[in-house]
Design a protein around this ligand. Structure first.
Ligand code: ATP
Length: 439
């Protein structure tokens, strides 16, 4: 049977739990809706995603510097950004079964999908930001919000970054960090969460250059998805129609992926004009315009934004990599993750426990060089191969009795299933070559 992508959301959820990628948060207390914890493999995959993104963002001729803003934000920030007034979704309740829906995801002339009755409340706007209070007093002055996006910390710090790190327009500021949205209906596992992590880059340039930087970043971001191994026939760039654009936005392209539940946004790339900096200048009374040495004039930089969720990309990678095929008469589940993204690069497997010692020596040597690798002596060799296929490990090294004689191990390729014999002192070279071809 040829490898097939017979992936479904249920299969991904089950695999994630079984192998320690993702757990429902507070599971032993019956769970917290729209919030997840990440196990050892999940944490490693997230790290690989974030490393790849940072690497991509900071490799160009133009400077892109990195910052780390606070999660708590004052009401003033979110007033200026427009979130306090506009960051809401329309909500409607079924009067009969009390189930709550996003009104824009429902046809209100039809009955409730849950109970079949048709008795709706009025549609109300529901603020998506989580509100809290700083300090012992809870009044209007102590109000703060968990950030619903990371971008605002970048905008309000543009002057700090420019004066402290000598970057000049055009340049970007990148940031990875948690964001929180009180989504009315969190769903599709990691696709729509209440607590998630964003990777955002705001690129500042002159107004006349914004359109060409916008095109350039679209091209670069496409290249990124190719580099991390996503199937490009399941990726498309969707230009927003004029009536979809926010009033300040010049243009917006969604990078969409074909999930089993349809084409959906993976990343948003937007030419935001100078709206954000103008808003913060106006509201704070601090001029965020930049002085141009050449023309001796100040100007308000324009912004091109690239924004993608770590969790949404995590889910996309798993969907994209999931295959089932038949090996030795059994169905094999395999994640064909690119070696660069795979949480475990190689497994070290002694054929029998008697051979543990020499294999462990090789394993520890490779591990000490900083590779993410595992040692495993539990179960038959076939079972162990399956275990590593299922978590996307590209190479398995096996130490057998012959290894004692010829100082070589067998390496099995996850995708081709081919096995070859290589000298023990070439194992590291093999791993380097494997990781390099994946770039
Ligand atoms: P959507 O239309 O899916 O709600 P959005 O347009 O509100 O998304 P943005 O505000 O543009 O999303 O956020 C940028 C990126 O952050 C999204 O492309 C997505 O990858 C990620 N993201 C946004 N909201 C969530 C969420 N609730 N859970 C997980 N990831 C999210």
């Amino acid at each position: 049977m040829a490898a097939q992508s017979s992936v479904s959301l249920e299969k991904i959820v089950a695999l994630c739990k079984r192998r320690g990628f993702v757990y429902q948060s507070a599971e032993i207390y019956s769970g917290l809706n729209g919030v997840y914890d990440f196990g050892p493999l999940g944490a490693q995959l997230r790290k690989n995603i974030k490393d790849a993104w940072l690497n991509h963002m900071t490799q160009w001729a133009e400077d892109v510097v990195v910052m780390d803003g606070s999660i708590l934000g004052s009401a003033a920030v979110w007033k200026a950004s427009g979130h306090l007034d506009n960051f809401s979704d329309p909500m409607v309740d079924c009067l009969s079964c009390k189930k709550r829906y996003r009104a824009d995801e429902l046809e209100l002339q039809k009955p409730c999908p849950s109970c079949g009755n048709r008795q709706w409340t009025d549609v109300r706007q529901f603020q998506l930001m989580f509100e809290t209070n700083l300090g012992a007093l809870s009044d209007n002055a102590s109000k703060a919000y968990l950030r619903p996006e990371t971008a605002q910390a970048i905008f309000i710090n543009i002057k700090n970054v420019m004066t402290s790190s000598r970057v000049k327009i055009p340049f970007g500021i990148a940031q990875i960090g948690k964001a929180f949205r009180n989504e009315i209906t969190p769903k599709q596992f990691l696709f729509r969460l209440r607590e998630f992590e964003q990777m955002e880059m705001e690129f500042f340039c002159k107004g006349e250059d914004a359109a060409s930087f916008f095109d350039l970043w679209i091209e670069r971001r496409q290249h990124f998805y190719r580099q991390i191994g996503l199937s490009m026939d399941r990726i498309r760039m969707r230009q927003h129609a004029a009536d979809e654009l926010a009033h300040y936005s010049q243009a917006c392209v969604d990078v969409e992926y074909e999930f089993p539940f349809g084409w959906k946004e993976l990343e948003g790339i937007a030419n935001r004009g100078n709206f954000d900096l103008s808003q913060h200048s106006g509201h704070s009374g601090k001029d965020l315009a930049v002085f141009d040495e050449a023309t001796r004039e100040s100007f308000m930089p324009h912004v091109v934004e690239c924004s993608v969720g770590v969790d949404r990309l995590f889910l996309t990678l798993l969907f994209d990599a999931y295959y089932e095929d038949e090996v030795d008469g059994e169905i094999r589940t395999v994640l064909k993750l690119s070696p660069r993204m795979a949480p475990v690069k190689a497994a070290f497997l002694p054929l029998v426990k008697k051979l543990n010692e020499p294999m462990e020596k090789l394993y520890l040597h490779i591990k000490k060089q900083g590779y993410s690798v595992l040692f495993d002596d539990a179960g038959s060799i076939g079972k162990r191969y399956r275990r590593y296929d299922e978590i996307g490990t590209p190479a398995c090294f096996t130490f057998d009795f012959e290894s004692l004689e010829d100082n070589a191990v067998t390496v099995r390729n996850r995708d081709t299933l081919q096995q070859e014999r290589i000298a023990i002192d070439r194992v590291q070279e093999y791993l380097d070559a494997m990781l390099k071809t994946a770039e």
